[in-house]
Design a protein around this ligand. Sequence first.
Ligand code: PBG
Length: 326
Amino acid sequence: MDLTDRPRRLRADGIRPLVSETSLSASDLIAPVFVDATTDERVPIPSMPGHERVPVSEAAARVRELQEVGVESVMVFGIPASKDPEGSGAWADDGVVQRSIGRIKAQTGAYVIADLCLCEYTSHGHCGVLEEDAQSGDTMTVKNDETLELYGKIAVSQARAGADMIAPSGMMDGQVGAIREALDSAGFEHTPIMAYAAKYASAFYGPFRDAADGAPAFGDRSHYQMDPGNRREAMREVALDVEQGADALMVKPALPYLDIVRDVREGFDHPVAAYNVSGEYAMLHAAAEKGWLDLEEAAYESLLSIKRAGADLILTYFAEDLASRL
Ligand code: PBG
């Protein structure tokens, strides 16, 4: 027996922390916050235990709770009072997100990222303006370039409300460039854009659609979100967003796409974000409820693996719980 290389030597109690390669801290985490214009009270989200839709009046209080455990960055999603085919609530100066951001910025020092999309605001639940598909004539699809104009308006209204960063999630071609141009011409050249650069058409968004009430009334999002089997295409998507001026690059979902997180980390020098989505959260809770795994440990290991894959920032519904333990 000639065992010179024994990795176990470095796994003893005192040495493990010294040789640990990856760590998590509260400053890596961004917590999603749902503000709901249809309620005066906090409403629990059944598919996402521990999360609620909060009324505008509670938005700042919710963010303060996160700050108490050390989470200083939030991503704000809105549920508007009413919806229409265009999604005009998304760029209303008195819209649910605009009013909430105003309050959060006035009452907390948190860093506020605004999710920019139309699916929560359109009556049909798609991420932009609809049209009949020009080729087939029967399937409805989202008009790309008309939608970009609306995204520009939303970005400016969110920045005017006080958003520190804009995060477009609709997966229209050219969205980062259009938003950059709209922000610059409105005097917001210092407002960064975090691109949902490689966002896949994923089954893991299920619980979010309950939370934000943005399920498509018909069809799915595979006309604009990415095909889960595509890896090289993710690099094309990311490169396009970089060319158009993206400041940070997001991969979404996170756990089923860690190879993509790693590819983006290696291919680009921009900060890489990963979105540990609603389904990734809900499935751990469901299994833990059955007693099949330990929630805290499984959550920690999940987030650690996202960091290890190469993410600098993690959007996660575990932010509050994890930060309170760190
Ligand atoms: C809106 C949007 C979605 C998510 C974030 N922004 C839903 C979707 O694209 O269907 C999902 C987030 C999550 O599941 O946690 N476009």
